[in-house]
Design a protein. Structure first.
Length: 275
């Protein structure tokens, strides 16, 4: 692995003149080896270590080099035709993954056993953990990291990032539930067991606020085991007072406490947020 990483880094440093390092065929084989590791889930673009996110830049560089070294081609699958540089992921039965017609994932994305994809999309470099569901019209962007037993509800958008290589991707922890039409982007993080209410926008700059105290807990990071909803807080500007988006923590869950839609609805009603 260390040798492969060194080869990818060398190719990246000479990306404008790859022939100075190795032949195009050798470079292509090297890059494909790295993408195969991602595809099988043997390596990940990023991982959470304590409170920090560690990004493995060489894997992002491998993805970017893949685009440089490959060419557009027409791909025909049944009645469908595609034109792209990267093939679709294959061998779902062997991987223990359920893929509903209309769903697709790119080679280089990893889907762990038990993943279910409704008509949805997972991009290269992304990781979706075991027993998670990517629901209808949800998208998981390049290099995004999704934990185990996560439910990405209908229409959820998980943002992707490839450049710069050191940029942190979106991270969603184990047992999280992301409500319909929510957007998690720009390296934002959702903690283990967190529930994100429908329609929530979370970016790296959106404040996350404790509803009980009014304390700003973070920017772009939802803590573990809490229930959140989208909210607005007033801010004064020379042109007037305007409402800016924030994410409101309305309840803390016990660690390991599972939730379902009925429980979430009860919590929202108790907070006076639904009728």
């Amino acid at each position: 692995m260390a040798e492969l990483e060194a080869q990818i880094d060398a190719l990246w440093e000479h990306r404008d003149d790859i022939a100075a390092v190795m032949s195009e065929a050798e470079a292509g084989a090297c890059v494909r080896s790295a993408i195969d590791l991602l595809d099988r889930g043997e390596v990940r673009v990023a991982e959470r270590v304590g409170d920090d996110v560690v990004v493995h830049q060489w894997l992002k560089r491998a993805i970017l080099l893949l685009f440089k070294l490959t060419h557009m081609e027409t791909i025909e699958l049944g009645p469908f035709e595609y034109r792209d540089k990267i093939p679709l992921k294959r061998n779902y039965e062997a991987a223990g993954v359920r893929i509903v017609p209309g769903a697709s994932a790119r080679w280089g994305a990893h889907l762990a056993p038990g993943v279910i994809m409704m008509p949805s999309y997972v991009n290269i470099g992304a990781y979706v953990g075991a027993d998670s569901m990517v629901d209808t019209w949800a998208t998981v962007g390049s290099c995004a990291q999704i934990g185990e037993r996560v439910h990405l509800s209908g229409g959820v958008g998980i943002g992707g990032v490839l450049e710069p290589p050191n940029a942190s991707p979106v991270m969603v922890g184990d047992d999280a539930l992301i409500g319909s039409r929510s957007m998690i982007v720009e390296g934002a993080r959702v903690g283990n067991g967190a529930v994100v209410g429908a329609g929530t926008i979370l970016s790296g700059s959106i404040p996350v606020i404790d509803a009980e105290t009014g304390t700003e807990l973070s920017r772009g990071v939802i803590p573990d085991w809490c229930v959140t909803v989208s909210a607005i807080r007033p801010r004064s500007f020379p042109g007037g007072e305007f409402g800016l988006p924030c994410v409101l923590v309305i309840k803390r869950l016990n660690e390991g406490e599972r939730h379902d839609k009925a429980q979430l609805n009860d919590i929202l009603r108790d907070s006076g947020l639904t009728t």
